[in-house]
Ligand binder design. Structure first.
Ligand SMILES: [Zn+2]
Length: 67
């Protein structure tokens, strides 16, 4: 369906590749160094990429797509 949020590219970050601390937009919590997580990049706005906890991203998908 796509729609409102457009196409986003989801890239897993392995624990060894997580070298910085990030703020997850899903829970406003921090993603610590060495914690595996996801990078979500809007296809047409690569500057807006965000780092998400895996669980938070899955919850967000459910929120967006309902049910
Ligand atoms: Zn989170």
């Amino acid at each position: 369906m796509g729609g409102f949020f457009g196409i986003e590219v989801v890239t897993p970050v392995q624990p060894y590749a997580a070298r910085k601390r990030y703020l997850c937009p899903g829970c406003d919590g921090s993603i610590e160094v060495g914690e595996g997580h996801l990078v979500v990049t809007p296809e047409h706005e690569p500057d807006l990429r965000r780092h998400w906890h895996r669980g938070c991203w899955h919850l967000e998908q459910r929120r967006r797509h309902g049910r």
